[in-house]
Design a protein around this ligand. Sequence first.
Ligand code: 13P
Length: 261
Amino acid sequence: MQRRYLIAGNWKMNGSLAANAELLTGLLARQNDRSNDFPDIESLVCPPAVYLESVRQRIGDGPILLGAQNLSDQHKAGAYTGEILGAMLAELGCSYVIVGHSERRAYYGEDDATVARKFAAAQAAGLRPILCVGETLEQREGGMTETVLERQLGAVIAACGIGAFARAVVAYEPVWAIGTGRTASPEQAQAAHAYLRGQLAVQDAKIANSTRILYGGSVKADNAAALLCCADVDGGLIGGASLKAAEFLAICAAAQALNKT
Ligand code: 13P
């Protein structure tokens, strides 16, 4: 089974109308000039929700896909002040939504049960969730990495069923590598990805084989190829480097060059 690389930019709480316009001009210049430089991979940008509409207008029907960073756990519209329904994101052209990012788990109290509800809500709205899992430095040093990954992934499998992963992506993001400049080594990433795929395979080998598992945590143009060429690394979830057009395009180019399809 060939898994198409997915290079996803998580802009986090960054940007402005002016900064986004500049970034998108950089991203689109490369793709428009030569039709699509990266025909064998998927590329995705996840701006803050308030900018989804303006980003959508700019990227149009081109090869760059649109995603959101978060959504409500509710399945229907109603009195939930400040929340955003999955259907609203879908209406704005989102095809993916990030759920369970470690920043949401750490700063906004999202536990495994909340993450599982958001995962389900995303799928109910026709969005593909990108489920983030990953251990802290303390957990890694305490030999707890696999236990944490099993718990975080297992909670969603238990709540939503393994079948749900046919329309989902998993992202391994070790917390100690996020925004720190300290990337997991290709060996560390591959070991965690293989473990996660093994957890899926316990339930369904076919789904395990087709589910893309992205790596996130200080991915940059100069370390992307080494991570992406690992057997079980099927793309990247890029934070800081996704805010610079040249860096993000270089990561896309690395994936295109390795192209698994
Ligand atoms: P950095 O690439 O800035 O380390 O962020 C990774 C991340 O959290 C993507 O979701």
